[in-house]
Design a protein around this ligand. Structure first.
Ligand SMILES: [Zn+2]
Length: 354
């Protein structure tokens, strides 16, 4: 029997600022949000120099006390450390400045403390920039946990254009993944009556289509192309807020990536693994997987096991483990039920393993 979700909460960023040279606007933004009081900037050792220090200085120009935390790996222990500093200072907001993990830590800490969070990405590497979810290690699950959507997102394209091409390619993999994620979501709706939001699904798909259409420009590292990618990543985050879950953005291809992280942690970037997963899951869904593979290649994203530093055995193990990684997330892998032979055949037929 099909059922519609009785209710869910859509929490969206109040303000998104994107453009060239926008960093100095953070000071005014902080005041405009009514945040009269100290701020904590969570950043990384490298991203402190890239943008973190500057972000803090623009906020302190407003007469606000600013403190910095240079965070390490995104573990729950680091999140607790950020929370303790924030509590001690009585901060009014946490600003996450970095690639992905610093934003995730800032997001989860702010959510635990019930205070606003401002997201200032320094790369276009994944869709957590604006989403209400955070990827944190040490919580006994390889997938993201619920936090709150950032209150505001500020993107300075001058910073993004200088980020490494590999991170850009990873961001594209995370967006292209929406082709299979949305299919999996629809399947879960048809089979299990799970809530399916057409608006959220369309928004995620539109982002994926725009990245496909702009693959060459993104691959060339052009400012226009990167802006399309950045807006696509932000829209994907918003689609999760609208859906009230990560469903429009995370399906079987993400389960494959999460499984690979369990099998051999830290081997490749999240979006790189999701991109390779999308090629295989697209084939299972009867989608145009060759097209997806060629788009990823055009962008410079990996399309095979070697590209994501995995052995053929690890790819096969990840395919077999994927349906068990996140109980309750129904995907094409629950229908196809790959055994070792079928998993190897799928990986070989799509060129993921030779
Ligand atoms: Zn993702």
């Amino acid at each position: 029997m099909l059922k519609v979700a009785s209710s869910h909460r859509m929490e969206l960023p109040r303000e998104v600022i994107i453009g060239d040279g926008t960093l100095p606007e953070i000071g005014e933004l902080y005041s405009r949000l009514g945040l009269a009081g100290p701020a904590l900037v969570v950043t990384g050792h490298k991203t402190y120099d890239v943008a973190g220090r500057e972000v803090g200085s623009y906020i302190s120009e407003q007469g606000v006390e600013v403190r910095y935390v240079k965070a390490d790996k995104p573990t729950i222990g680091e999140v607790r450390r950020v929370e303790a500093i924030a509590r001690e200072m009585g901060v009014k907001a946490i600003i996450g400045v970095g690639g992905g993990s610093k934003i995730d830590m800032a997001k989860l800490a702010a959510s635990h403390l019930g205070i606003p969070m401002i997201s200032v990405p320094t790369t276009a590497s994944h869709d957590g920039i604006s989403s209400p979810f955070a990827s944190i290690k040490g919580l006994n699950r390889p997938y993201s946990v619920r936090a709150e959507a950032p209150t505001a997102v500020l993107v300075d394209m001058d910073v993004i254009v200088d980020s490494p091409p590999r991170l850009v390619a990873s961001g594209c993999g995370d967006v292209v993944a929406k082709f299979t994620a949305v299919r999996d979501w629809r399947l879960a709706h048809e089979r299990n009556g799970e809530y399916y939001g057409q608006y959220a699904a369309s928004l995620a798909l539109m982002s994926a289509r725009l990245v496909v259409r702009n693959a060459e420009r993104i691959g060339n590292g052009s400012r226009e192309g990167l802006r399309v990618l950045m807006e696509a990543l932000i829209s994907c985050g918003v689609s999760m807020s609208i859906a009230g879950s990560s469903r429009p953005c995370s399906g079987s291809e993400h389960l494959f990536s999460h499984a690979l992280d369990v099998i051999r942690p830290g081997g490749a970037l999240h979006g790189e693994q999701c991109g390779v997963g999308t090629i295989m899951m697209a084939k299972l869904h009867g989608l145009r997987w060759r097209k997806i593979r060629s788009v990823l290649a055009t962008i410079g994203a990996p399309t095979d096991a070697e590209g994501i530093a995995a052995t053929p055995e690890q790819i096969i193990r990840a395919l077999l483990m994927a349906p068990e990684v996140r109980p309750g997330r129904y995907t094409i892998l629950n229908e196809v039920r790959l055994d070792e032979v079928a998993a190897a055949r799928l990986a070989m037929s799509t060129g993921v393993i030779k």
